[in-house]
Ligand binder design. Structure first.
Ligand SMILES: Cc1cc2nc3c(=O)[nH]c(=O)nc-3n(C[C@H](O)[C@H](O)[C@H](O)COP(=O)(O)OP(=O)(O)OC[C@H]3O[C@@H](n4cnc5c(N)ncnc54)[C@H](O)[C@@H]3O)c2cc1C
Length: 415
């Protein structure tokens, strides 16, 4: 792998950039067998493969993707990264992930544009304020650096905000200063390049159509490009998890719904933090290009539509306009959707499955981008060693045993 550096850029500038090798080169035809097959080349699948190689030396790995790399939710989210969750197992996993993000560009030698600009969650009702004060205290015990800030500080950090809204005044905010954003495609590309450099195969345009087992153990997957035998299988397909689980012979407590987002026309810099307004269901940041990136709630019915719909633009902007009056004067440029995988307790599943050798990573719902490196770190450990302290609480069994990890407050809005 050619290392990216200022020197390499200068050298290539002199030869019209003809010397760059492909960042990752997937073979058209997969090998007959791999030690590990990962289904889904989103951030979580790629990060799992990366840490399998990096931490455990397992490099005979294929990552199989039905579309293009990062074309699922990884390339469709609004890029918010934070770890201010309420329950201890969640805080541990999301904080591990946030910490990994801090040095991920250096680690992957790929600029993922991590921007720890700070994320605030507005309290706009007394109920919400009490919830965030509780989270602030829980975070203090968990070692997650957050604090509840008063309305005047919210206004100082975000001058464009209207804190005196008649319906939803700003009563304060839960503020995490080292939270932020990263370039989502770059996260997928950086992991893919590092996986390819370790000799792994990233195979795009290759849907998995079946899972083969023998004596209760996984032995192969059937794909559009033929049968691939495997020692272990990781299913990491977000909104399509139910389909893959059915192929593997088990059921998941997951529902798939479309989650939408939109961006405005680009404007001059006006807001340098991320703001989430969970009561009205909307959140906002400004991209480097100047567009206001706006996320809303999930569709109220199950579906697999990977696109936007008109009523969401109106609903989301209407919800935010009292707190951000300037939005009423902006043209909206484009909108899109992704299929998110929602569990009842709004926490993910990282688990062994009833099929021996088959592992599942799903249920990140509206908020899994922030968890990408941490999820890969923990999932790789689970697949390599059979257990990980970071995944112990997130097993499939918890739904049968009633050990829910309730994150409905922390994940109460799409983000
Ligand atoms: C509009 C929107 C906004 C969001 N905003 C945020 C945010 O701000 N912050 C945050 O933390 N999270 C956010 N999320 C959630 C986040 O994007 C996801 O939780 C996360 O990206 C999931 O990553 P993944 O790798 O598990 O899934 P994906 O990126 O969806 O990857 C799964 C891959 O599996 C592939 N696949 C499916 N079926 C098959 C098959 N049969 N064979 C082979 N491949 C298959 C898919 O094509 C896909 O590429 C948002 C999501 C959306 C849709």
């Amino acid at each position: 792998m050619t290392r990216y550096s200022a020197f390499a850029i200068a050298r290539e500038a002199f030869r019209q950039h003809r010397g760059w090798p492909r960042a990752w080169a997937g073979p058209d035809t997969p090998r007959d067998r791999y030690d590990v097959v990962i289904v889904g080349a989103g951030g979580h699948g790629l990060a799992t493969a990366y840490y399998l190689g990096k931490r455990f030396g397992i490099t005979n790995v294929a990552i199989i993707e039905k579309g293009w790399l990062g074309g699922g939710n990884t390339g469709r989210n609004t890029t918010i990264i934070r770890s201010n969750y309420l329950q201890d197992p969640s805080a541990a996993l999301y904080e591990k992930s946030r910490a990994l993000y801090e040095t991920l560009s250096q680690e992957l030698n790929y600029n993922i544009m991590f921007s720890p600009r700070g994320v605030m969650m507005l309290a706009q009702t007394e109920h919400e304020k009490r919830g965030y004060l509780r989270t602030e205290r829980a975070n203090a015990l968990q070692g997650v650096d957050t604090r509840f800030i008063p309305p005047a500080e919210v206004k100082r950090l975000v001058p464009i905000i209207n804190i005196h809204g008649p319906r939803y005044p700003v009563l304060g905010a839960l503020w995490q200063e080292r939270a932020g954003t990263a370039r989502h495609d770059a996260v997928a590309w950086g992991f893919a390049r590092a996986c390819a450099a370790m000799g792994m195969d990233v195979i795009e345009q290759c849907a998995v159509t079946g899972v083969e087992s023998d004596g209760g153990k996984v032995v192969a997957v059937n794909t559009q490009k033929g049968r691939i035998a495997c020692g272990k299988l990781g299913i990491v397909v977000a909104g399509h998890s139910g389909h893959l689980a059915e192929m593997a012979g088990f059921r998941l407590p997951v529902e798939s719904v479309a989650l939408q987002a939109l961006v405005s026309e680009p404007i001059k810099p006006c807001m340098d933090v991320v703001v989430m307004a969970n009561t009205v269901h909307g959140y906002l940041s400004q991209s480097d290009k100047g567009e206001m990136v706006i996320g809303g709630g999930a569709d109220g019915f199950n579906n697999y539509t990977q696109r936007g719909s008109w009523h969401h633009v109106e609903e989301t902007v209407r919800a935010l306009v009292e707190t951000f009056p300037m939005l009423s004067r902006l043209k909206m440029l484009r909108q899109w959707g992704g299929i998110v995988d929602m569990t009842g307790d709004r926490s993910p599943i990282l688990s062994k499955t009833p099929l021996e050798g088959c592992f599942i990573n799903c249920g990140w719902g509206t908020g899994g981008f922030k968890a990408t490196p941490g999820s890969g770190w923990a999932m790789a450990e689970l697949m390599a060693r059979g257990h990980s302290p970071l995944t112990d609480a997130f097993t499939l069994d918890r739904f049968r045993e009633g050990r829910f990890i309730d994150e409905s407050v922390a994940a109460g809005v799409a983000h």
